[in-house]
Design a protein around this ligand. Structure first.
Ligand SMILES: [Zn+2]
Length: 290
């Protein structure tokens, strides 16, 4: 049986045809109930930009309004108008939720998220198990801490489509930045999502993922391989700083991403420390194998 490739492996001969590019400002139908508008915020951390999803036709829930960019909010409002009843945020990072207030002003919709944080003011706090019950669809919140402690995914039950925010992205791995980011919880949340019957994953960045279980398995395998690599390097070195580990592990990665990689290595080390395999504490301090 062929082994599944890790996410960064490139084998153009086996890739399926590329989906059409993600163009900001243009609404694209992904299914009978779902449309996507990409925000005009492409970048190192956001890929082609943040995906905003509109779920429903007569009554609409907007998932992740994105940054507070007038042209983007106008495009969402132009697409959904006063049929937009709910604005839900997967989490409160700056590329996902700041547009909520402006979209609420345009539509009168109710803003919902795990909590009010990072400048987001919610009308209703929601937990895992909360459901939006619209006439055409039901949207179930699933608490998925790891990338952020207040991260929620949303399951469109009629289409078995999961809106994954930054829990699962297409085309890149997810940054886990302690203390709000937590690698132990992240892996637990991936396992929780894997147990849901899914047909597709609509990520916060990148294209629709049509093979959810394989994508999640790749994510988990990548994390566990990285964890083993970090542990092996630390055993070999005895004691090391995260900066030195990053230099070795991310030798092929754009240096601009090293500060971000550093946070994720820290997250792995915090997990390993909790398991009694390493000791150390701070992001700039020394770490050693036990
Ligand atoms: Zn995020």
């Amino acid at each position: 049986m062929p082994r599944r490739k890790p996410p960064e492996a490139v084998d153009p001969g086996e890739e399926p045809p590329a989906p059409p590019p993600l163009v900001p400002g243009v609404a694209r139908a992904l299914s009978p109930l779902v449309r996507r508008i990409v925000a005009p915020n492409p970048g190192l951390m956001t890929g082609p930009g943040t995906n905003t999803y509109l779920v429903g036709i007569d009554e609409i829930a907007v998932i992740d309004p994105g940054p507070d960019a007038a042209e983007h909010l106008d495009a969402i409002a132009g697409c959904g108008g006063d049929r937009i009843r709910w604005i839900v945020c997967t989490h409160t990072h700056p590329d996902h939720s700041p547009g909520a207030a402006g979209l609420k002003a345009r539509t009168g919709a109710e803003v919902m998220a795990w909590d009010s944080r990072d400048g987001l003011e919610v009308d209703q706090k929601i937990k895992g198990g909360f459901r939006i019950e619209a006439t055409e669809f039901r949207l179930l919140a699933v608490h998925t801490p790891g990338h952020a402690s207040n991260h929620l995914c949303f399951l469109l039950e009629e289409e078995h489509m999961l809106f994954s925010g930054d829990h699962i992205m297409q085309g890149s791995t997810v940054v886990i930045s302690p203390p709000d980011g937590n690698m132990t919880q992240y892996l637990e949340s991936l396992a929780a999502v894997r147990a849901i019957r899914l047909r597709s994953i609509a990520p916060g960045h990148g294209h629709l993922i049509e093979d959810p279980k394989a994508a999640i398995d790749d994510y988990v395998a990548h994390r566990l391989a990285r964890e083993q690599q970090i542990l092996a390097l630390l055993v070999e070195a005895g004691t090391s700083k995260i900066d030195d580990l990053v230099e070795v592990i991310y030798v092929d990665v754009n240096r601009e991403l090293h500060p971000v990689a550093k946070r994720t290595v820290h997250a792995h080390l915090v997990k390993l420390a909790k398991e009694g395999k390493v000791k150390g504490r701070s992001v700039d301090g020394k770490w050693s194998a036990i």
